[in-house]
Design a protein. Sequence first.
Length: 202
Amino acid sequence: MRNKNIFLQALFFCSSIFLCHCTKPITVNLPPDENRLVVEAYLIPQKRLAVALQTSAGISTTQPVLLVSKARVTISYNGITDTLRNSPYIDSTSGRVYNYSSPVIMGTDYVNTYTLTVFDSTSGKLYTAATKLLPPVPIDSVNHAVNIDNEVSIGFVFTDPGAVNNYYRRFVFIKEFSTENRGNFRFTDRLFSGTTFSLFTR
């Protein structure tokens, strides 16, 4: 038995030496960093029109991300074009920070198309994007249940419209809104499109 233990220890020692000698630095040749325009925008009813413009940072750079200050930003809808100025705006609900904003409050137009246009005067490039607002899906009912451990589960039931692809986001928070609280997740109607769906959480 003693000889067997000595053999195993010797085998482990040799294996360790072998593995140590297998370590070798590898040089990866990455392509040159290319700064690109990053556009972040949300269309939220009853919120101000706002867009965040910044340049991307490469993996090897040590410089911070730079905000874009020389751009023309517009949002067009229903024959109206609103120009967003280079004016910082912080959404008090989500905490998101934007460097282009307008005092115009977003309406609830579910028919017309909203078109975002960004002209970057530094690069001379024009960027556009278009979308429509999906009407909110009404909640049919809200229920609760208490288990044997006296834990309360809150659930809601809604009927998903089957004609369109809907996207949902659920928040669970106490007293005040926070995107960091547990229960904050997104999901689609891929598994329950056009049917009644219930979701419970503790």
